[in-house]
Design a protein around this ligand. Structure first.
Ligand SMILES: Nc1ncnc2c1ncn2[C@@H]1O[C@H](COP(=O)(O)OP(=O)(O)OP(=O)(O)O)[C@@H](O)[C@H]1O
Ligand SMILES: [Mg+2]
Length: 410
């Protein structure tokens, strides 16, 4: 069976959709697209119809590129509050050879979740912390022999209404949600497992939100979302230079630097302001503005980290669309020191840090299936047929041409 999955991430600046295939455990991006987001701001759906049509538009664009229809997705739920419950579960191993089966793993996690979440909340994720088969601990218990399988798990849950509202929007766009995921957990899946022995933080700098997740030994233990992000920078630039928001955003993305260190007074940009007057913006001035606001956002994120955990933090990874600002690593190091780094997303076909949550969802879902020994493909056999046969016809410079060309040549 082919391992092809799609992930949808609804943001206030853009909605992103990434479709990828795992070949020998490695992710190949088949299509990564984003579209301007309408109807969603500050983690709140403020115009459902507009949001539904933005999602439809994006799905159609991707489907056209792929040559088959995307009908199922993994969905990140950007919940403003999340509750965490540390629980345990037990399941008797009844197979003839006393070996742990895939169903045992699914059931023991279900048992750990059952009755442990308040009625007004929905389970987003049951993260296994450790399994135990009789007295033997293991992260991957499949096939181990014993009488009982135990699990210690972290349950991540949030407001039912919000989660249902989100899933409903996607359903109304004609797409089935296969699994939901906490954004921070998805982000974490992108980065190396050497972090798994430590406690650290993952920050996602978006447009109207900055999410902070705290991880201990690879397990998400706390999270919070601040209503701050790149939008603030656009507003600062717009106010200072009397620019339309779209122009201010363009200045931020194409001209400003995140730090004044390499910004030059000689680099200038000519623009027309809201009154039709010609203005000149110096890179140094606008970068100072951007840098100050970015530092403020990072300082608040730091405060949030300290508020979310008393444990010593060994690493901080900063990702999300806003980290695409040129020289962002300079400011990240300035604010957080050497333990911090930029979380870059660098796949062929998906080179944008704003894809972090989508790509992470694909990686997390794949490892989740492996742990449970489950096979699952989000597209039908007919779709695969189209993909394979269509791929032979596509030109060499298309993404599909490259991926499948390579695949079949070998
Ligand atoms: N090259 C770039 N330089 C500077 N900023 C950028 C660049 N590319 C994107 N951004 C900014 O990153 C932000 C979008 O990031 P992202 O896609 O992660 O947000 P989002 O998921 O749409 O929003 P949110 O999660 O806050 O609802 C926007 O403010 C955008 O202007
Ligand atoms: Mg986002």
């Amino acid at each position: 069976m082919r391992n092809i999955y799609s992930a949808l991430d609804i943001g206030s600046d853009s909605i992103k959709l990434v479709c990828g295939e795992f070949i020998h455990g490695k992710l190949n991006v088949l299509c990564a697209e984003k579209t301007y987001s309408l109807g969603y701001q500050n983690n709140v759906i403020n115009d459902k119809d507009e949001l539904v049509s933005s999602i439809k538009k994006l799905v159609n664009e991707c489907s056209e590129k792929l040559g088959f229809n995307i009908r199922k997705v993994l969905l990140s739920v950007p919940v403003t509050y999340t509750d965490f419950y540390y629980t345990e579960g037990k399941e008797e191993i009844t197979s003839e050879d006393y070996k742990v089966t895939s169903d045992n793993i699914i059931n023991v996690l279900k048992n750990a979740a059952r009755g442990n979440i308040p009625a007004n909340e929905e389970l987003i994720q049951a993260i296994p912390v450790m399994f135990r088969v009789d007295s033997e601990e293991s992260k991957t218990p499949l096939g181990l022999k014993g009488e009982n399988l135990y699990v210690k798990a972290m349950l991540v849950a949030s407001d039912k209404r919000f989660i249902y509202e989100f899933i409903k929007v996607v359903s109304e766009a004609g797409i089935e949600v296969v699994d939901i995921m906490h954004g921070a957990l998805a982000d974490y899946a992108n980065f190396d497992t050497s972090l798994d022995s430590k406690t650290g933080a993952l920050i996602n700098l978006g447009n109207t939100s900055t999410s902070v997740g705290i991880f201990s030994k690879g397990i998400l233990i706390n999270s919070e979302i601040l209503n701050l992000g790149g939008y603030e920078l656009d507003r600062d630039i717009g106010l200072k230079y009397n620019l339309k928001r779209s122009d201010a955003k363009m200045v931020k993305e194409k001209f400003a630097l995140a730090s004044v260190k390499n910004a030059s007074n000689k680099e200038q940009m000519k623009l027309t302001d809201k009154n039709g007057e010609n203005i000149i913006i110096s890179q140094r001035d606008v970068s100072e503005l951007v840098s100050n606001r970015l530092k403020e956002v990072l300082k608040l994120a730091k405060k949030t980290i300290n508020h979310l955990t008393k444990k010593e933090i060994s690493y901080i990874i900063v990702t999300g669309g806003l980290t695409e600002l040129r020289d962002a690593p300079l400011v990240i190091h300035e604010e957080f020191g050497n333990k911090a780094r930029l979380g870059m997303i660098n796949y062929v076909g998906a080179r944008y840090n704003g894809y972090s949550t989508c790509i992470g969802m694909l990686l997390y879902f794949y490892s989740k299936l492996r742990l449970r020994d489950k096979e699952f493909c989000m597209i039908t056999d007919d779709d695969i047929d189209t993909l394979v046969n269509g791929a032979r016809e596509v030109t060499n410079d298309s993404i599909l041409g490259k991926v499948f060309g390579y695949f079949f040549d070998n």
